[in-house]
Design a protein around this ligand. Structure first.
Ligand code: UDP
Ligand code: MG
Length: 139
């Protein structure tokens, strides 16, 4: 199994609930190494660009509105099999369908406001880490 990178984003609902530390602790306990981390507020335009793959879906406008509604915390992570392991840690998109003990099951209110983003493939992990961090910011 290969060492991979994946992008997490602690979404605006996570920040509003002051759960950044709680969620990051779970990520770290699961063996992920933090390569880069910052707090910022996405504009509607940058949120739309990040989720461009979902453009045209019925939830797209709501998603862009939510992701630009307050500060979020992108985190570049590294681990063996990082992409799959992180998806396991966060659980299904809809917290009602997420497995017990997953971050979304524990903390998310809805399918839209679901606390945390995780990349869905190794290729997208690289692209998404690059969306928020320059090479020099990954240490
Ligand atoms: N989303 C939503 N309604 C849906 C599907 C997705 O509001 O029916 C939102 C939700 O915040 C989700 C994000 O859009 O995390 C991206 O959707 P995706 O299917 O990629 O889910 P994820 O990879 O985040 O589990
Ligand atoms: Mg996705």
């Amino acid at each position: 199994m290969a060492v991979e990178r994946t992008l997490a984003i602690l979404k605006p609902d996570c920040v509003r609930k002051n759960l950044q530390g709680e969620v990051l602790a779970r990520i770290q306990k699961a063996g992920f190494k933090v390569l880069g981390m910052r707090q910022l507020r996405l504009t509607q335009q940058t949120a739309g660009a990040f989720y461009a793959v979902h453009k045209g879906r019925p939830f797209y406008d709501e998603l862009v509105g939510f992701m630009s509604s307050g500060p979020c915390v992108p985190i570049a992570l590294e681990r063996e099999n990082a992409v799959g392991e992180f998806r396991n840690l966060i659980g299904a998109t809809d917290p009602k369908e997420a497995a017990d003990g997953t971050i979304r099951k524990l903390f998310a209110d809805s399918k839209g406001e679901n606390i945390v983003h995780g990349s869905d493939s190794v290729e997208n992990g690289k692209i998404e880490v690059g969306f928020f961090f320059s090479g020099a910011e990954l240490v």
